[in-house]
Design a protein around this ligand. Structure first.
Ligand code: ZN
Length: 142
């Protein structure tokens, strides 16, 4: 049976990277491991590792993208939580069998061979949930 292993990251949508970093990095004292521009997702991301998880600040670079519109409509704040699973296909099958609505029926391939899929917030009580399978052979996004 497919298993959820841990929280991989919590993604926060932000209007820019600098001012939220003054809170997370300067006020709370988290470390910034790096920032990345991901053209494919039209976003700039700042990574703040925390235990075996991390907080990601995601700044949409295109106001017309899905994330850009989300920010415009709802303002900055929580965007999604990402759970690492050991078998993403198996987990998607299990969710489908339980009538859970998925945004991605099959895993999408991200940078560095990262495979991920989103569960619809309608089926997750208002929370956008990302599933992610770590593959040691291809490495992580960051
Ligand atoms: Zn994510």
């Amino acid at each position: 049976m497919p298993k959820v292993k841990r929280i991989d990251h919590i993604a926060l949508v932000v209007e820019n990277l600098e001012s939220p970093l003054s809170f997370w990095q300067d006020a709370l004292g988290l470390n910034l491991s790096g920032t990345l521009h991901v053209p494919q997702e039209e976003a700039k991301i700042a990574f703040l590792p925390l235990g075996s998880s991390e907080i990601e600040l995601v700044h949409p670079t295109n106001p017309e993208s899905g994330l850009g519109k989300y920010l415009e409509k709802r303002g900055p704040g929580m965007h999604h939580i990402c759970l690492e699973v050991d078998d993403i296909e198996g987990m998607l099958d299990q969710l489908r069998a339980k009538g859970i609505q998925l945004i991605n029926e099959t895993p999408r391939l991200g940078e560095g061979g990262r495979r991920y899929a989103f569960i619809h917030p309608k089926s997750a009580y208002g929370v956008l949930v990302e599933l992610y399978e770590y593959r040691a052979d291809v490495g992580k996004l960051d």
